[in-house]
Design a protein around this ligand. Structure first.
Ligand SMILES: *Cc1c(COP(=O)(O)O)cnc(C)c1O
Length: 361
């Protein structure tokens, strides 16, 4: 039996006009739906007080442990409206399982996957009118869990709050596909063996912000991190995994270990085989990228994650040089073929042979 998430209706929901205005131009992460899901865990009582409640600020004690020691994790997934009006999500159980793995690493209580699913279904059912039906728009779901116990001692907190909030999001590429430029960070690293690189925790993102400022100063939008031990192997971007396509029909992605195990990354491993590509999961030296992009043995590089699905990489810049990919994101590229295949499955326009889609409402 999963936790119940009864609905406490918002007495002041957004008006249909206001909602339509937001859905017409949602942006990303700015506008939220009328409700949010919540449950509270205590060391004594386990999970309780599970509910869908009106969206709004949460009371927070100034000594809440998360504010001091960053004991926090999150997830990110999307709800897609299909042509018949039904609402679906892409491999949400995989997000639920990763949420449990992240919880273990951050010494947080595990939320059973069934409860993770129940909370997202309850929220999406309550806010179904917020799931866009336009183009590649969707409802972004953000489950998260944090140490809400007011206590300044350093130990796993005894009171934890779990929540799910949701915001409509537009298509990442509203004005056509725009390849991203990437700054290669050599001063900073993202994760070390034994660290929290595999967990989806806010702390990893906090540490990626200073390198992002450096990237912007070099005219780049994203940061590529190298491994912390040698400074030689490509890991990933601040919030997306990386793939390389070679001129002889291979597709290569850095192996797991200190990178975040993306659901998109894992799905592409499977889809690429279907497209006749030979898949390799292995360490990738940064020089392989730099030289391969320059001499044409690497024909495409792309980043992947739930937010943008698949994003072509147009430029890699480092201290002392750069390589550019002139044809990044062209219609017949492997990057865009994989992107279309994924998006078509997500929006119910293509068959779903792997059973990746789960109906939410
Ligand atoms: C969330 C995330 C990704 C992408 O994972 P998806 O499950 O594909 O959305 C990649 N890298 C980092 C660091 C992330 O936090």
């Amino acid at each position: 039996m999963s936790l119940p998430f009864p609905l406490q209706q918002n007495p002041n929901p957004a008006s249909p006009q206001r909602r339509a205005e937001i859905l017409a131009n949602p942006g990303f992460g700015k506008h939220f739906t009328d409700h949010m899901a919540r449950a509270v865990w205590t060391a004594d009582g386990g999970w309780a007080n599970s509910e869908v409640v009106p969206f709004g600020p949460i009371p927070m004690h100034p000594a809440a442990a998360v504010l001091h020691y960053a004991q926090e994790i999150f997830e990110g997934m999307k709800a897609y409206r299909h042509a018949d009006g039904s609402i679906w999500s892409f491999r949400p159980e995989a997000n639920g399982e990763r949420f449990a793995r992240s919880a273990r690493r951050l010494a947080l209580p595990e939320l059973p996957v069934a409860d993770f699913m129940a909370s997202t279904k309850a929220l999406v059912s309550a806010d179904a009118a917020w799931v866009p039906d336009e183009g590649e728009h969707s409802l972004y779901l953000r489950p998260f869990m944090f140490a809400s116990e007011p206590f300044l001692g350093v130990r796993p907190a005894q009171e934890i709050t779990y929540m799910v909030i949701a915001c409509p999001v537009g298509s990442y590429f509203s004005g056509g596909v725009k390849p991203v430029s990437i700054w290669l960070s050599t001063q900073y690293t993202r994760a070390a063996r034994g660290g929290t690189g595999e967990a989806k925790c806010g702390g990893n993102y906090a540490a990626s912000l200073a390198p992002m400022i450096e990237a912007a100063a070099h005219g780049c939008e994203q940061v590529c991190f190298l491994d912390a031990a040698h400074g030689r192997y490509v890991e990933e971007l601040g919030g997306m995994n990386l793939y390389f396509v070679t001129s002889d029909g291979r597709i290569i992605t850095p192996e797991l270990g200190t990178i975040l195990e993306g659901v998109t990354r894992g799905s592409i491993l499977i889809l690429a085989k279907e497209l006749g590509l030979e898949v390799e999961e292995r360490p990738v030296e940064i020089t392989e990228w730099q030289q391969g992009a320059a001499d044409g043995t690497i024909t495409e590089v792309f980043a992947c994650g739930t937010g943008a699905v698949v994003t072509p990489v147009g430029r890699l810049v480092w201290d002392g040089g750069e390589v550019t990919a002139e044809k990044a994101g062209t219609e017949d590229s492997v990057t865009m073929r994989i992107r279309r295949q994924l998006v078509d499955i997500q929006y119910g326009r293509a068959a779903d042979p792997y059973g990746w889609m789960t109906r939410l409402a």
